[in-house]
Design a protein around this ligand. Structure first.
Ligand code: GSH
Length: 216
């Protein structure tokens, strides 16, 4: 099995962590990326397999797929143990929704901040900062009742939220001190044996490129 990820890819980080949590034997290749040219020129397998030209891409014999959540689904089906989706239908639906909420709602604020190119006075940046704060407060409430994002077990929902939160922090938007359940959850997740080395690699890349490293 081979996973194409990127040195600074939030969605790639999701897939890398999922593979590591499953304990799967998988080669991880980091596609070329630079802060100036981003993913251009595209890695040939990304160009061949993903019409969106994005990482992550997973190749496993005849299976060639892209999209972090599609990769979660494939891994879960092929390697059911340890389970990373909850088993009951309601809990699983909730966890899947949290994955989507993190990718498509929370993380979009990071993208808006990035597009504002450091100018936090721009209305879209102000709105995104407000939204990040509101979503952290909501997460804090959830985590005051449960150990993890979708209940009492670690799931893909935690992987998604952890990665989005790491990237959002790298732009300097840490959860405020009142969100102590979120802060404790992030620390707990960061210390997981499968996650710590991946986190270190992303942090090293930030250091090498003189970018701020989130204090998790
Ligand atoms: N929905 C996709 C999003 C993938 C994505 O946006 N990947 C980014 C890196 S984090 C990328 O490859 N961007 C290159 C581009 O869009 O040109 C997923 O979950 O994998």
């Amino acid at each position: 099995m081979k996973l194409l990820s990127g040195p600074l890819s939030m969605f790639g980080m999701k897939a890398e962590i999922a593979v590591a949590e499953k304990g799967v034997d998988c080669e991880v290749e980091l596609v070329p990326f630079s802060l100036r040219d981003r993913y251009k020129p595209l890695h040939p397998d990304v160009a061949r397999l993903n019409p969106k030209g994005q990482v992550p891409v997973l190749m496993d014999d005849e299976v060639e797929i892209f999209d972090s959540t599609q990769i979660f689904e494939y891994l879960e089906h092929k390697f059911p143990v340890p389970a990373l989706w909850p088993s009951g239908p309601a809990a699983r639906a909730r966890a899947r929704l949290e994955d989507l909420r993190s990718d498509e709602i929370f993380f979009m604020n990071f993208v808006a901040l990035l597009n504002a190119a450091g100018d936090r006075t721009k209305p879209e940046a102000v709105e995104s900062l407000r939204e990040i704060e509101a979503q952290y407060r909501e997460r804090n409430e959830v985590l005051s009742r449960h150990a993890y994002m979708a209940g009492d077990d670690f799931t893909y929902a935690d992987i998604a939220w952890f990665c989005a939160s790491f990237f959002t922090s790298f732009l300097g938007d840490e959860p405020d001190a009142g969100c102590h359940h979120v802060i404790a959850w992030r620390k707990r997740v960061a210390e997981r044996p499968a996650i710590a080395p991946i986190l270190r690699r992303f942090s090293d890349y930030l250091v090498e490129n003189r970018l701020p490293v989130p204090a998790i």
